[in-house]
Design a protein around this ligand. Structure first.
Ligand SMILES: [Zn+2]
Length: 277
């Protein structure tokens, strides 16, 4: 089965609590008592809660989702593949910039650096956001336009190392929600950004769903929503579009920069976040 029974969930242990528990073990380097496939199944089962039609399908291949019961770091190492369009650039030879240095007042809530994400455990070594320089410069213009309205941006995710993308692909083999790493990915190029709007106090504006809600309700054309929510989603899409970003049809929060799939200009990268300055 794609999903496994989780005794922890049955006992009502919250995802957040489990995530903290796991993080503690990761931090002391002793996560070997928690098999990865159980954690993955737990995270995916937790996503079954909530509204809307779930789109994650059970795999027809019972083994396809079974990740070897090894530690996360081992899993990341073992899942790496060689791609013809992926350049293994050194940390000194890339065009990624830390977004906070380009847009000092931007808010960050990097979910994959915490357990507060759909997998339920941390994937990043630090809560930082990097993007290709061109993309960060365009995002600065978005932030400036929003500032004139008393609004701003909050980022959930930016550049994502290819090894992390491969791990996510194992969890959600659905290209509507996770880019196939064999095709280079989207976030792996530093050209995709997940974000939302905030008011002058930093409070998020009402949007159709929370972040990483893989339901039809998160689709950019879902219309059975309050008028204000529709206006907020449209404002985000329009202000981003004016600076060259296109909203993903299945995720209101995900935007790709124009020309993102140009392998020469925007190659997929596998530089760990801790290697970036
Ligand atoms: Zn995204």
């Amino acid at each position: 089965m794609f999903l496994k029974y989780s005794p922890l969930k049955a006992k009502g242990v919250s995802l957040l609590s489990l995530g903290r528990f796991i993080l503690c073990f990761i931090h002391i380097g002793a996560c070997y008592c928690c098999s990865y496939d159980t954690l993955l199944a737990f995270a995916l089962q937790s996503r079954e809660k909530g509204q809307g039609k779930r789109v994650v399908q059970e795999s027809s291949n019972s083994n396809s989702m079974d990740v070897a019961p090894s530690s996360r770091s081992n899993e990341l190492q073992n899942s790496k593949v060689s791609l013809s369009n992926t350049e293994k650039l050194s940390p000194e030879n890339h065009n990624l910039v830390e977004v906070c240095r380009v847009i000092p007042n931007i808010l960050l809530d990097i979910r994959y650096a915490t357990a507060h994400n759909f997998l339920g455990f941390s994937l990043y070594a630090k809560p930082a956001c990097y993007l290709h320089k061109k993309v960060a410069d365009a995002l600065l213009k978005v932030q400036e336009e929003l500032a004139s309205m008393g609004l701003g941006l909050k980022i959930f995710d930016g550049y994502r190392p290819l090894s992390v993308q491969q791990l996510m692909w194992k969890a959600v083999k659905d290209e509507r929600y996770v880019a196939n790493p064999m095709q280079g990915g989207r976030h792996t190029r530093g050209t995709a950004v997940d974000l939302t709007l905030v008011n002058h106090e930093g409070r998020e504006l009402e949007m159709p769903t929370s972040y990483d809600d893989f339901t039809e309700k998160a689709h950019s054309d879902y219309s059975d929503l309050p008028k204000k929510t529709l206006q907020n989603r449209a404002l985000l899409a329009n202000v981003m579009k004016r600076q060259g970003f296109q909203q993903l049809p299945t995720e209101w929060w995900h935007f790709d920069f124009e020309g993102w799939n140009d392998d020469i200009q925007f190659p997929s990268l596998d530089i760990e976040l801790e290697q970036l300055k």
